[in-house]
Design a binder for this molecule. Sequence first.
Ligand SMILES: [Cu+2]
Length: 184
Amino acid sequence: MKSKNLPVAALIVALAFIPVVGAQDKAKAPAAPAATPAPAAAPAAAHKMWAAKDLDWKDLPSIAGAKIALLEGPMNEEKPFIARIKFAKGVKVPPHWHPGIEHVTVISGTFAMAVGEKWDDKAMHSLGAGDVMIMQPKTPHYAQAKTETVAQIHGMGPWSVNYINPADDPSKKAEAPKKDEKKK
Ligand SMILES: [Cu+2]
């Protein structure tokens, strides 16, 4: 297997070195000043780093009691995404499914999950910091944050939360009260 891949790997290495060698030669020649501006690179895929404390948390309309920080996306397009979801202690996510594969990594807290269309406490398994789960597309499942929990999800968009019981969808509940808003 390695030997089959070797020519490709060698080619990639060779290609990778061509511009580097060229750049070094050019750099040597005119005794380049230290602050030479970087050549205009493709801006599309910039290198990104985040400190956890700097994440930009926003309300997540589809899960009551949860906030989301998007790292890579957007999540509503057919693109790879990474997001963190922060659940307040006790938050329940009723049975639902996602259209694509979803990889869940618990960053902190305790997150209980089970597969199925009906809530069953006894069926739930707890995931702690560092634990990982892979949820196949359209698999019904449900979850509860036993403590405040931060989970990272990554996969291929578009991502959405599709509740088995539409009445469980808080984003739809938020729209519904408009008619009766006067009551309160
Ligand atoms: Cu889910």
